[in-house]
Ligand binder design. Sequence first.
Ligand code: XIL
Length: 452
Amino acid sequence: MKLTSKSVALVPIIVTVATAAIGATLIAPPAANAASTLGAAAAQSGRYYGTAVAASKLGDSTYSNILRTEFNMVTAENEMKWDATEPNRGQFNYSNGDRILNTAVGNGSRVRGHALLWYQQEPGWAQRMEGSDLRQAMMNHVTQVATHYKGKIYAWDVVNEAFADGNSGGRRDSNLQRTGNDWIEAAFRAARAADPAAKLCYNDYNTDGINAKSTGVYNMVRDFKSRGVPIDCVGFQAHLTNNAPSDMRQNLQRFADLGVDVQITELDIAGSNQANAYADVTRACLAVTRCTGITVWGIRDNDSWRTGENPLLFTNSGAKKAAYNSVLAALNSADPGTTTTTTTTTTTTTTSNDPGTGGCTATVSLNQWNEGFVATIKVTAGSSALSGWTVTTTLSSATVTGSWSANRSGNSGTVNWTNVDYNASVPAGGSTEFGFQGSGSGSGLNPTCAAR
Ligand code: XIL
């Protein structure tokens, strides 16, 4: 058996600021460069900072002043949803959505459209529908609303919250889902046809870290990309309590690596660790080049849908909270155009075993940082097609913390990975991928492949 191994260490780019200490997580730019609003601070690295807006509050001067000065992206909190825009079948009402859009544009902000199809806040008439009749109404809704706002929307949440919570990694049951599993791609195609300039996003919650639900979404996005279904971005709602998931950055990055933009779309954080958690979410986005912006779900604590949890950046009277200051400082620490951490080392190692011995080969591409790694394993069939495969890896100083697109026998030592249903068949010479995240060192995984 021939073993080839190639190792490339990429030296991280470090911006020299006087005598910056190596090992510090962030390097602050000179104070003279610091911006004094969230929008301006985010714009320094080409990103936006947005908020959800309620049309009913636009007459409140405290609210509208903060909106105008601090934010440069707006999401209608409820006014562009299905129940608001099509209260009766075929009868559309854009009055409140348009008010929000016009206010945003008047302030020099862009607008995120939210949301074309969602199983909640369906109008009553749609809730009572099913099957092909509902499918037709859904696609008409997407077409009509996207056409009304054509050319005015930065990005649409085409589909919101279609995946189930828990460990299934599958779709959530709803009358939308029961029209057929292809409803999501049909909606994206209809939205693209209606407004070719808008970025088209999938948006969900409890997908902020690496888990079964986010992996289900990841597999859908990868499938869409491979089949040319028009998808440009994924939104992560980030309704959080106390902490950001520790692997939020890795999760955003694995989606970005599929070739989509990512955004934090509905951020609010309850709990006593709020200021730190807000800074962590900010840094997770800043560390991912394709994370293009962050939106908080409301301005003042009493504007929040999470009544009594005080999860936002401004007090009821409109004063800046500690969380505001930590977000602003984190945004001002962003290093425009380069990596924000000085301690990350990315190593790509590819190890192949001899083609043909087990009917397939496995190669690994590794993204290693100080505490952990993401390994993507490519399974390639030999001269015969595969109807199933097993990959064996060695994790001598690592523990698997999450995985996708394969079943596994354990989480350390010798770990066997077998195909799941949808990637069992690999044509002769073709390939498929699965992946996992681990803590510790991912070097020496040494994958071998056998047909099963
Ligand atoms: C919420 C609004 O904030 C509330 O005013 C409304 O009563 C219910 O919806 N996920 C989403 C948002 O995508 O649209 C939800 O907004 C919050 C959860």
